[in-house]
Design a protein around this ligand. Sequence first.
Ligand code: ASP
Length: 460
Amino acid sequence: MKKYIAEIPKLVGESVEVAGWIHARRDMGKIVFVDLRDSTGLLQVVFVPGNQELLAQAMSLRPEFCVRIRGTVNERPEKMRNPNLITGSVEMLAESLEILNEAKTPPFEVDKDTMPVNEELRLKYRYLDLRSERMARNLRLRDQVVSFFRSWLRNEGFIEIETPMLTKGTPEGAGEYIVPSRMHPGKFYVLPQAPQQFKQLLMVAGVERYFQIARCLRDEDPRGDRQFEFTQLDLEMSFVTQDDVLALNERMMIDLIKEVMPDKRIAETPFPRLTYAESMEKYGIDKPDLRKSKDDPNELAFCWVVDFPLFESGDDGKLQAMHHPFCMPNLEDIHLLDSDPLKVRGWTYDLVLNGTELSSGSIRIHNRDLQNRIFELLGMDSEEIEKKFGHLLEAFEYGAPPHGGMAPGIDRLVMLLADEPNIREVIPFPKTGDARDPMMGAPSILAPSQLKDVHIRSDV
Ligand code: ASP
């Protein structure tokens, strides 16, 4: 069994096997140096004269060949040590080499930062792009962040529950991806924009503390740094006030930074709290960047923005939910629902980090009549309400507890922690700005027979 490169410094004097990819090869006269890379780091391997066959084999190695090498781990002489490498105190003296698979010349160099490379090319060859150090580091950071959330939340009594991908629409304010049903001609599933209704129904089910690393799918027009699939840390709690949800999330973020990114500094704790009105008045925006210095990559300025209006006025002059239609109106404003709905504040909140909206959340409505009234204010008639949300309204009639939650975006959070300029750098397989996957070639045309199976006729 091979040893991982990160373990090699502990194995001085032993003959061990390593395996990975050729990162670089340097021929120094009769000696060949190879930097071998595996998922844990880089190791210098030396091929010396003596075994001519082995040396000739080493000279044939090219970048990204996949190899297995056996050799003895030696301490490097003092002045040859490389403090920048986790294995910088050692090197391997090769005894045998097996080429497991040759590699074509990669379309870009993976031993360098791939940021300047054309992005379409990086996405087409994402499996090579992910070999580069920065991208591999981002994958690991993402894993650390997700693992942290899992164990932290479990410790607080949350349980992780998966909710369906094939479901019925839940309005989070974006378009929906639809999936035709083969077994039910003319009917469609919808991919979830968020597990919003399911998590609320889990509160009715008595779960009290739920979380999920939730995949969300939104068919939106390309805008800025947006992805059509993204991941949220979706959570929901019963019997809580807004302050409870904010306090728990604040503690979680502070502990995350301490554990995963100890070099970063949170500008201010407790996180400053602004109302939506204050934020708009002072900063002209609902996601203010409160960093003292925008040049300090280690400064993290979190803040809460609270008291968002429950509604805004849509292009057609109709009311629309500012966040989503399940948010609880602030009880102080509830008397304005009919007379001046745009003045009604919601128990809604956003968590903002360095000017990026990291999360939205709210206390939810858990009362049938109130929820029905909100749907009506949003312009739905009773038939539409029953068709779309009858199940939720009915559930509220079975002792639904008061509840609330939020859903921090994992991609954005990891992006900010990794100091990356966009979320594609921290998503393993992102889509292009126009929703394509150049590697898989998605979306793609299906065979007419496949379409027929799902009762679809295509005009293109
Ligand atoms: N489901 C909401 C969203 O995706 C977040 C929440 O209210 O918990 O925007």
